[in-house]
Write a protein that binds this ligand. Structure first.
Ligand code: GUN
Length: 290
C-alpha cells in the first residue's frame, strides 16, 4: 500500500499562494479577505472554522469571524450576508455548514453574492461548473484533483467511481472528473445502489464520500486502485486524550498488504479543503479588479 499523504501537497500550494498574495499586495492591492460565519457550537465546525482562520494568518490574508448562537434568527444571518455582499473590504464569504434545522440552508447559500461565493455552492457557480465555465469550484473536490495531479495519477480514460452524491462533494466531484481535460469515465453511487462491489472492483480511482466508516475495504477493489477517502468520522476511543479518534469512510487497515494507493485520515483530503478555500479567496480578490 502507498499512503498518499497531503501535507506536502498543501505545503507546495500554500507556498505558491503566499507568493501570489505578496505579489498582489506589492502592486498596491489590499490583501485578500475572507468572512466566515459560524452558527452554534458544533465542535467539528468550530475546528474547521479555526483552521480557516489559521490558514488566513499563515498566508497573509485578512479574516473576519462572525459567530452566532444556535437559536439565531434566519433574518439576522441574511442581513449580515447582505451587508458583507456590499462591503468592498470583503472578497469572500463562507457560511459553515451544517446550519441548525430552523434555518433554510438553501436560502442562506442563495443570498451570498456569486462573486464572493468561494464555496461554489450558489446556483450560479454550480451551473457554471456544470457547463465547464470559469467559476468557484467547491473546495473538497478541487483539492482532490490537486492530490491526483501532485501524485501524477492519470485520469483520462480511467474508470472513476464516486460513492456519495452530496452537493458538497459527490456531485461536483463527478462533474469535475468528467470534464474535458480530465476525461475520466464516472459512475456515481448512492445509498440505494445495489452491489457496490460490482462498480468498485473494476475502478481505477474510487472517491469515497459517504460519512460512513467501513464503506469500502480491500475485498471490493482492484489490487492497484487509487482510493481517495473524504470521510471524517469521530469514533469514541477512551485510550485517546480527547476521548475519540478520527477515521475515514475506508477500512484503511484492510489495504495494508495490497498495492493500492490511499489518502489517509487524518492527513489527507481534509488538509486540502482549507487550502482550496484560500485559493478561491485569492481568486475572488484577483477578480475584484482594484
Ligand atoms: N461543512 C462541511 N464541508 C463544508 C464546506 O466545504 N463548506 C462549508 N461552508 N461548510 C462545510
Amino acid at each position: 500500500m502507498e499512503r498518499l499523504g497531503c501535507k506536502k501537497v498543501r505545503e507546495q500550494i500554500e507556498n505558491n499562494l503566499k507568493k501570489r498574495c505578496e505579489l498582489f499586495v506589492s502592486k498596491g492591492n489590499r490583501a485578500p479577505s475572507l468572512a466566515v460565519i459560524l452558527v452554534g457550537h458544533d465542535p467539528a465546525s468550530e475546528t474547521y472554522v479555526n483552521n480557516k482562520r489559521e490558514a488566513c494568518e499563515r498566508l497573509g490574508f485578512l479574516h473576519f469571524d462572525y459567530r452566532f448562537d444556535e437559536d439565531v434568527k434566519e433574518e439576522e444571518i441574511l442581513e449580515l450576508i447582505m451587508e458583507l455582499n456590499g462591503r468592498s473590504d470583503v472578497d469572500a464569504i463562507l457560511v459553515q455548514l451544517p446550519l441548525p434545522s430552523h434555518i433554510d440552508e438553501r436560502k442562506i447559500i442563495n443570498s451570498i453574492s456569486e462573486k464572493k461565493d468561494v464555496d461554489g455552492f450558489s446556483p450560479y457557480n454550480v451551473g457554471r461548473l456544470m457547463l465547464g465555465e470559469e467559476c468557484f469550484i467547491p473546495c473538497t473536490p478541487k483539492g482532490i484533483l490537486e492530490i491526483l495531479r501532485y501524485y501524477d495519477i492519470p485520469t483520462a480514460g480511467k474508470k472513476a467511481v464516486v460513492i456519495g452524491r452530496s452537493n458538497i462533494v459527490g456531485k461536483p466531484m463527478a462533474l469535475l472528473l468528467m470534464q474535458k481535460g480530465i476525461d475520466a469515465t464516472v459512475s456515481v453511487l448512492n445509498t440505494k445502489t445495489r452491489d457496490i462491489s460490482s462498480y468498485t472492483r473494476d475502478a481505477d480511482i474510487i472517491i469515497v464520500a459517504t460519512g460512513a466508516p467501513g464503506t469500502l475495504d480491500s475485498s471490493m477493489c482492484r489490487d492497484d486502485a487509487v482510493i481517495i477517502d473524504v470521510g471524517v468520522n469521530r469514533i469514541s476511543d477512551s485510550s485517546r486524550e480527547k476521548g475519540y479518534r478520527l477515521v475515514g469512510d475506508v477500512d484503511y487497515e484492510s489495504f495494508k498488504s495490497t498495492s493500492a494507493r490511499l489518502t489517509p485520515v487524518p492527513g489527507g483530503v481534509g488538509l486540502m479543503t482549507v487550502t482550496m478555500l484560500m485559493e478561491n479567496t485569492m481568486l475572488a480578490a484577483e477578480r475584484r479588479g482594484n
